[in-house]
Design a binder for this molecule. Structure first.
Ligand code: SF4
Ligand code: SF4
Length: 105
C-alpha cells in the first residue's frame, strides 16, 4: 500500500523528492530492476532509477526496506508481475558488483 497514487501499468515507481540515494532498495532487489544513476543534483551524486521495470516480480522488498518511504510497488490486483528468471538474478548480481550503479551508462 502506498500513499502516492499509483501510475497506470507501472510495477514500481519512486518519489525522488524523498529518496536520499542510500542504495538499500538496489541491494534488496532480487531481479535487477533498480540501480543508481549519476545525478549531479543529488547530494550523494546519484539517484535511484527503475532500470528494468519489466523484470519486477512484485516482491515488495524495496518498498518495505526503504527508510524514507520513497519507493512504491503496485498491488498484485493491478499489475501482472514477471517471474524471477536466472537472467534477472544475474543482472541483480552484476549491478551489486558494479557498486549498485546502472549497467547502462
Ligand atoms: S531505499 Fe529508498 S531512499 Fe534508499 S535509494 Fe531506494 S528509494 Fe531511495
Ligand atoms: S518489488 Fe521486488 S523485484 Fe520489484 S523492484 Fe522492488 S525489490 Fe525489485
Amino acid at each position: 500500500m502506498s500513499l502516492m497514487k499509483a501510475p497506470e501499468n507501472t510495477p514500481v515507481w519512486v518519489d525522488t523528492s524523498r529518496c536520499k540515494a542510500c542504495d538499500i532498495c538496489v541491494a534488496r532487489c532480487p531481479a535487477g530492476v533498480l540501480a543508481m544513476r549519476p545525478d549531479p543534483h543529488s547530494i550523494l551524486g546519484a539517484m535511484i532509477s527503475v532500470e528494468a521495470p519489466e523484470l519486477c516480480i512484485g516482491c515488495n522488498d524495496c518498498e518495505l526496506d526503504c527508510p524514507d518511504f520513497a519507493i512504491y510497488v503496485a498491488d498484485r490486483s493491478e499489475y501482472k508481475f514477471a517471474k524471477l528468471t536466472d537472467a534477472a538474478k544475474e543482472r541483480a548480481e552484476a549491478i551489486k558488483k558494479n557498486n549498485y550503479m546502472t549497467l547502462s551508462a
